[in-house]
Write a protein that binds this ligand. Sequence first.
Ligand code: BLA
Length: 517
Amino acid sequence: VKTSQDINLQRLEELQIHLWGKTQPHGVLFVLDESNLKIVQTSSNTKQFFGITPEEIIKLTLDNIFDSFQIEQLKTGLESNNLDFINPTKLWARVDGDNYVIFDGVFHRNIEGFLILELEPAISQENIPFLSFYHLAKASINQLQSNANLTDFCQIIVKEVRKMTGFDRVMLYKFDEDDHGEVIAEDKLEELEPYLGLHYPASDIPLPARRLFSSNYIRLIPNAKAEGVDLFPKLHPVNDTALDLTHSILRSASPCHLEYLHNMGVGASLTISLIDEGKLWGLIACHHLTPKYVPYELRKACEFLGQVVFAEISAKEETKDYDYRMKLTAIQGGLIESMTQANTFIEGLIKSNQNLLDLTSSQGVVVCVGDEYKLIGKTPKEEDVKYLLQWLKKEINEDVFSTPSLPNLYADARNFKDVASGLLAVKISHRNYILWFRPEVIQTVDWGGDPSKAYEMQNIDGNLKLCPRKSFELWKETVRLTSLSWKPVEIKAALGLKEAIVNIILRQADELAQLAH
Ligand code: BLA
């Protein structure tokens, strides 16, 4: 049975944001017939840029509008399949007789194979702070050499991106495993309230939006209040479908997101994807209180920076993991040595009890061999462990199981939450288990608005519509019955120990068998 919450979430996941058929008004979009560069569909704001109505412009080809020498060159460029050779192109449009207006032109072929040209009026070169890009790259590299840790490094990045683009607020937003996110670095105008450390629910950036970010690395909304512009004709004249704007730079943002920005008091935004192995790891999110345009080339520089910077972030995360992994491997070595020297593996484990706790950074561990329990450190009482193990055998099939909030799965655990809110269990065999425990750590999570009211349904003219929340006021959530979370390296270390034990048991069985012969 679906709850209304599920249905609402499903709506979020089915949003067709790439098919809305509206563009932002600061530029012009043309759909072209690639054989002769005839304009077959256009954004309906052409009059303002070229003095030509959309009805007239779809009778023209590109060389009717732009310098024909440039168009000849473009045709050659288009013959090669790699559009990177011609993107971006400066195009000169003749308006009012002898006057020229210069545009930045960007081509792409959409999923249906149509050629699309998007044009934005070029900003005079002096206003583009190319130099600051050089400084940014240089500063970042210097900082890297100075071995800044991940947090400091992210802080440097937002500061430099802000210097380079001039946005009022620049944040580094990192997704968690459950797709909610946290602002982990921020640089801003002093008078703005900080968002640093705030969490935002997954539904703020629905799946379709995240999907678009994984193929389109940078998004500019220069004016969050501007009305989107319809295409003319509305549907593509050849195949009668809504134009797929997945890769468009002018695509108008979803009304819901524009309302979100409005509720947050944002006038313009620039968003840069940070991708790790094809997966969206986080975003650099820039806000401006008032409308703000960023030239295409500077956006590209930001995109490039996002990639360079991210490579560095992910290298730093790996190194951090690497050091810890090495430490755990050494502890595992100690345990194995102790087990091979002892008569039975249990004896060996118990003798090396500090190692056994340190292997997973736990405060308590129980080695269960048949009906016998060896309790080390802070653990539930033997009786409680017995019932817990029964539950585990019944409910969990995996060889390794972990949870930071056992009381939420197994209600009796509330009675011993102080020692065992977190459980990491490894099955050695049907009779033998090792259970590691972690105590409850009461944490507060700061949310940018109450996450249980992240969005609401509003009845607008008889239609139910999803709307973002109005308030982004700090909302403190107290998380109880939860331990610090188990890291993947810790879970791997526990599994590694299981394998070592199985090997030792097999070898000892082998030796016994030989003795018997
Ligand atoms: C998009 N939501 C986004 C984006 C961000 C956020 C960064 C991408 C921005 C872009 O396309 O330029 C969310 N922005 C944030 C967060 C912070 C921030 C969390 O600055 C924190 C500081 N959003 C809702 C609801 C809906 C919704 C209820 O809250 C549902 C309809 C939709 N968000 C939504 C959509 C997009 C989006 C549809 C994609 C916009 C688009 O590209 O069309």
